[in-house]
Design a protein around this ligand. Structure first.
Ligand code: SF4
Length: 106
């Protein structure tokens, strides 16, 4: 096949994972990836991220409403508690609500 040249351009294959196509998951092969695998189903990633990190005193209502229908709410909250996430809405709870929950659990 010397001299054979394919007419297919090198970049013909577009990776749907990197494009963020809904329903296409990243392959999981390390512990870190596993810990964050739930993020592939995070509803907030498909909405306005600013709703989840409002300015001080801003409304968290919209973000919390989205969280109530999110499939990975439990994983998200657990991650935020374990990593001591200080800002934003995680798993449907504000920072203050997460602190309260932690105090109650300890
Ligand atoms: S529970 Fe809320 S903050 Fe967590 S991933 Fe789902 S939508 Fe995002």
């Amino acid at each position: 096949m010397t001299g054979y040249r394919s007419g297919v351009p090198e970049n013909w294959f577009v990776d749907p994972v990197n494009l963020g196509v809904p329903g296409v998951r990243r392959r999981i092969d390390t512990d870190e990836d596993t810990a964050l695998a739930w993020q592939a189903d995070a509803l907030c990633a498909q909405t306005d991220p600013e709703a989840f990190f409002p300015e001080k005193g801003g409304s968290t209502r919209d973000a919390k409403r989205i969280c109530t229908t999110c499939d990975v709410r439990g994983e998200c909250l657990e991650y935020a508690l374990q990593n001591d996430e200080r800002f934003g809405i995680w798993g449907g709870l504000s920072e203050r609500e997460r602190r309260k929950l932690k105090r109650r659990a300890s």
